[in-house]
Design a protein around this ligand. Structure first.
Ligand code: ATP
Length: 136
């Protein structure tokens, strides 16, 4: 079946994407999945990672998401995430600082009680952001 689907990526603060797409690929907790028009409805949790989609012109677009939920309907995909940024919205210096902070905690350079799971998640977020911001 031909046609576009509506992609909405929403955080508690703002709508990050509200656009028609030819295909949406998202990092589901059980693995990456793709949605085309006419997909069977489903709900899933997301890992932190990159949502990719092809816009109506066929240009590939990338959005970082810090985990969350996705609802796929036959003509719409909605992603709810605590944080999400398009490539152009990522502050590279901020992401690099977050990377250094998280790495310092994981390497035991910080004299404080370290929550390693939290530090690893922060490191992963920073890595995704740096990688996405540096991709051209
Ligand atoms: P930091 O330690 O720099 O806050 P973080 O990974 O803890 O990084 P999050 O909790 O994921 O940050 O996000 C908090 C808010 O800040 C969200 O609105 C998110 O979109 C925004 N944000 C975080 N890092 C960046 C970045 N590098 N560029 C643009 N926005 C960012």
């Amino acid at each position: 079946m031909a046609g576009n689907i509506k992609l909405e990526v929403v955080t508690p603060e703002r709508s990050v994407v509200s656009e028609e797409a030819q295909i949406v690929i998202a990092p589901g907790s059980l693995g990456e999945f793709g949605v085309l028009i006419g997909h069977t409805p489903f709900l899933t949790t997301l890992k932190q990672g990159i949502v990719r989609y092809k816009d109506v012109k066929g240009i590939e677009r990338f959005v970082f998401v810090s985990g969350g939920f996705a609802e796929a309907l036959p003509n719409k995909v909605t992603v709810l995430a605590q944080a999400a940024e398009r490539r152009r919205d990522i502050n590279l210096e901020r992401a690099k600082s977050a990377y250094e902070r998280a790495m310092g905690r994981l390497e035991g350079k910080v004299k404080e009680d370290v929550d390693f799971v939290r530090a690893k998640a922060a490191l992963d977020r920073a890595l995704y952001r740096v990688k996405l911001a540096e991709t051209r």
